[in-house]
Design a binder for this molecule. Structure first.
Ligand code: BG6
Length: 513
C-alpha cells in the first residue's frame, strides 16, 4: 500500500510541474534564514517532487568552509528541527535530505570582491541547467545593491535563449520612501524588473493566498464586501515572542517598519483590492498597487491622533517571565523604538469610503495570532432587543491567517425555548479538518514560483514604494520625538491607548485568542 507521503507527493506532482533546472545561489548561506527556512523549504520541495534532478544549491559566504562543513552545519539545523526520535512531529525522510545535501555546494567569497563573481560564473556553467540561476539575497540590506551591481558587472544577469537569471530580495527593502526609491533605481539600472523578485514571506502563507479565493470564488462574500455592509476591518499580527536575539536589527527598525508597509499592507491589499481581471502576475499586482495608492494621506496631526506606539515592559507571556524591551541585550536603556503599533487608516475609493481600517502589530503580546476581522454593520432594525442597550453583536467574519488557520463566521442564533432569546454562535472552517497539509515553512511556494517565473506573489517596485509612501505621514509625525510611546506589560493585549483608539469610534478590538 502506498504511504500517505507518497500519495501526497503524487498529488502535488499532478498539480504542478517540476520546476526547470537551475542553480540556486544563496548569498549569505551561513546565516539563519538559510538554515532555518530556505534549506527546509528546499527539502520540502524535494519531498514533493518539484525540484528537477539537475537542480543544485550553491551557498556563498565569508566563512572559510568547504562543501562538507557547509553540509554539516545544515545537517545540524535539520536535526534540531526534526529530532530523530521526536514523537508526533512531522515525518522526516533522511533519504530525501541526503539527496538534497549531495547537490548542495559551498563557495567562499566576499560579496564585494570581483573574484567571488568570477568563481561564481564558472560554477554556473552547467550544461544541464543552461546556466539558469536564482540569486537569493539572504544578506543584510546593506549588501542588496552591491551584490546586484557586481552580479551585473560580471555579466551574470545576462539572459538569452533558455537561460534565465533571477534575483530574490528579502525585506527590509529600504527603511523609508527615499531609500526604497534609491534602491529600486540602482537595481533597475542593471537588471530588468522581470528579473527582480522582492519577497514578502506572508504571501507564501496558504491562508493569505486563500483570501483571494474566499473573496473571488464565493459570491456570498464578494457581494457584501463594501461600505454598504461592512462597518470596519481590523488587521492584527500579534506575536508572543519578544525581540529575541535581533535587538541590533530591531532597535533600528521598530514595529512599524518591520511589519506594516510589508506584511500588514499585503494583508490589507489582499482583503481590500478590487477583483483583478485575471490571476496573471501583473493583473493582481496592479490591483494591489491601486489599493495602496488609495490609502488616505493623513496630515501630521491626523497621523498622531490615529496612531498609538507602545513598548513592552517586563511581564509574563504564557507563564514565562519576559524582560522589558529596554532591558534586552543591545537595547538602549532609554530606547524610543516601538515594539507595538496600532493605526487607523482609510481608503479613498468608491468601495471603502467611510470604512475605517484598524491595523495593529506587536511583540511580547498575550498570544500569537494573525487575523483579519471583517465586522459587518448592525442589522437595519433590531427586532429582538429587549432594551436600548441590549444589542446583539454584529456579524463578524474572521480570516484566521495563523495559527489555527481557518475562516470563522460569528452570527446570532435563537436559544431554544418558548421565548425569543438570541446568542452569538460561530460557523467554523479549519484547514486541518478538510485538507491534509504537508509541513511547510511558507517559503516553498515562493521559491517554486520564482523558479517557474511566476511573479504574482512578489512585489514590483511600485508596490514597495507606494507602501512606504503610505506610512510616511506616521514616520514624519513621529520624527523629532513627537508622539509618545506608551508602555504595555509583556503578556498583555498592548497599551490601553490602543483600546482607546477604537473606543472613541464606539468600537472594540477583537480579543487576542
Ligand atoms: C518578519 C519580522 O518579517 O516577520 C519579524 O522581521 C516577525 O519581526 C516575522 O517576527 C513574523 O513572521 P511570521 O511568519 O512568524 O508571522
Amino acid at each position: 500500500m502506498e504511504s500517505t507521503q507518497n500519495l501526497r507527493t503524487d498529488m502535488r506532482r499532478r498539480q504542478a510541474p517540476v520546476a526547470p533546472p537551475c542553480t540556486f545561489v544563496i548569498f549569505g548561506a551561513t546565516g539563519d534564514l538559510t538554515r532555518r527556512l530556505l534549506m527546509p523549504a528546499l527539502y520540502n520541495l524535494t519531498r514533493d517532487g518539484l525540484l528537477h534532478d539537475d537542480f543544485s544549491v550553491l551557498g556563498i559566504g565569508h566563512r572559510p568552509w568547504d562543501d562538507n562543513q557547509f553540509r554539516g552545519c545544515l545537517d545540524q539545523m535539520m536535526e534540531e528541527l526534526h529530532p530523530p526520535h521526536a514523537e508526533g512531529g512531522p515525518s522526516f525522510d533522511a533519504g530525501i535530505w541526503r539527496n538534497l545535501l549531495s547537490r548542495t555546494f559551498y563557495l567562499v567569497g566576499d560579496f564585494e570582491d570581483a573574484a567571488t563573481y568570477r568563481a561564481l560564473a564558472q560554477r554556473l556553467e552547467r550544461p544541464a541547467t543552461g546556466g539558469s540561476a536564482v540569486f537569493y539575497l539572504a544578506v543584510s540590506p546593506g549588501y542588496f545593491e552591491p551584490v546586484v551591481s557586481r552580479l551585473s558587472a560580471a555579466g551574470l544577469l545576462e539572459q538569452g535563449g533558455p537561460r534565465w537569471r533571477r534575483i530574490v530580495i528579502e525585506k527590509p527593502f529600504g527603511r523609508d520612501l527615499p531609500s526604497a526609491r534609491e534602491l529600486n533605481q540602482s537595481i533597475l539600472r542593471v537588471a530588468d524588473e522581470s528579473q527582480i523578485f522582492r519577497i514578502d514571506h506572508f504571501l507564501g502563507k496558504e491562508t493569505v493566498q486563500n483570501i483571494m479565493v474566499s473573496r473571488f470564488a464565493n459570491s456570498v462574500f464578494e457581494s457584501n464586501w463594501n461600505r454598504q455592509y461592512i462597518d470596519h476591518i481590523q488587521i492584527t499580527a500579534a506575536e508572543s515572542i519578544g525581540v529575541e536575539r535581533r535587538s541590533a536589527f530591531y532597535e533600528q527598525t521598530g514595529a512599524l517598519r518591520d511589519m506594516v508597509p510589508n506584511h500588514l499592507f499585503q494583508l490589507l491589499a489582499m482583503v481590500a483590492m478590487e477583483p483583478p481581471n485575471s490571476f496573471a502576475a501583473d493583473a493582481v499586482r496592479t490591483e494591489k498597487e491601486k489599493l495602496l495608492e488609495a490609502i488616505h494621506a493623513q496630515t501630521p496631526d491626523q497621523a498622531l491622533a490615529n496612531s498609538v506606539r507602545g513598548q513592552y515592559r517586563a511581564g509574563y507571556v504564557n507563564g514565562r517571565l519576559v524582560r522589558g524591551y529596554r532591558e534586552e541585550e543591545g537595547v538602549a536603556p532609554d530606547s524610543h523604538t516601538e515594539t507595538y503599533v496600532a493605526l487607523k487608516l482609510s481608503i479613498d475609493n468608491w468601495r471603502w469610503a467611510g470604512v475605517p481600517f484598524y491595523l495593529r502589530t506587536g511583540k511580547a503580546l498575550a498570544r500569537r495570532t494573525t487575523q483579519i476581522v471583517i465586522r459587518f454593520k448592525d442589522a437595519g432594525h433590531m427586532l429582538f432587543r429587549r432594551s436600548a442597550s441590549d444589542k446583539p453583536p454584529a456579524n463578524t467574519l474572521v480570516l484566521q491567517i495563523q495559527p489555527d488557520e481557518g475562516l470563522f463566521f460569528h452570527f446570532e442564533a435563537k436559544v431554544p425555548g418558548p421565548r425569543i432569546r438570541t446568542r452569538p454562535v460561530s460557523m467554523d472552517f479549519r484547514y486541518a479538518d478538510h485538507f491534509q497539509v504537508a509541513p511547510s515553512t511558507g517559503y516553498e511556494t515562493l521559491i517554486y514560483d520564482c523558479m517557474t517565473g511566476d511573479a504574482t506573489l512578489f512585489q514590483r517596485a511600485a508596490d514597495i514604494e507606494l507602501a512606504w509612501k503610505a506610512v510616511l505621514p506616521f514616520q514624519d509625525a513621529w520624527a523629532d520625538g513627537e508622539g509618545r510611546i506608551y508602555e504595555y506589560e509583556a503578556g498583555s493585549h498592548g497599551p490601553e491607548q490602543a483600546i482607546e483608539l477604537l473606543a472613541r469610534d464606539g468600537r472594540r478590538w477583537q480579543p487576542l485568542r
